[in-house]
Design a protein around this ligand. Sequence first.
Ligand code: AKG
Length: 290
Amino acid sequence: CASGREIRRGRVQPTAACTPSRPLELSTTSSMEPSTVVDGLREKVPPECRVEFTTEEEEQVHAQGNADYFMTSGDKIRFFFEKGVFSRDGDFLVSKELAINKIGHALHALDPVFRDVTFSTKVKEVARKAGLQEPVVVQSMYIFKQPGIGGEVTPHQDASFLHTEPLGRVLGFWVALEDADLDNGCLWFLPGSHREGVSRRLVRRPDGEFPRTGFEGSEPPYPDEGFVAVPVKQGGLVLIHGEVVHRSSANRSPRSRHAYTFHLMEARGSQWSTRNWLQPTSALPFPHLY
Ligand code: AKG
């Protein structure tokens, strides 16, 4: 998929201004001193934008699920930052371009660069070859995996978050916008795990209940040695089955590992779970790929 470079040249500009676009942070152990503020970066981050994205289950429920900012990001472009990049006063401790973890979750609908790529002839051809008859795009994300601080993504199945009845109807497209390798946190997969069902689900809690989401079930311990690394070159496309267990390591290298990813659901004969955190809205019903 040659679209990687086009996106890299695109116009995604992380900003601390909390405009209609606002995203998320990834958990990472940060070595940054909380009192250190990078010169010239005294710009305040609006509190609602300090949502942390984490893959630690407990934190995920409280920090992420609790935040309306995350819960209402499905039809918007929002920014989410790495853990540990803000001082207690809300200043950036690193430059904001390096502090951002990801942008989501409606790039495919709201940003012309990402819309063109997502709805490109190449993507449609791949979806057709994968046998999808009525694919709809449910979400999209730009993942930065920043040099030195890019957080780990712990083993998970996408269907834990994007659940359908029946299962087996979600397909992830993951486009390497830069080389992804063992040093900068490429994807790892557990072969055969897509046949084992879904071990846990993140579900919405009824209105008025907090935290706003909770996990049902739990992720079993997966043997490290079972995972197979999938390094890809810039522009490469990885297709991710909705139930395959996958992960990526923290990026401790000096190189970033940017990726653009979006998820399709085969809408024919499937039901999107109303308990998923992500719901189609009147502003953005899930758009048909073709
Ligand atoms: C996902 O999109 O489900 C991932 O696991 C992406 C992880 C990564 O890009 O490191």
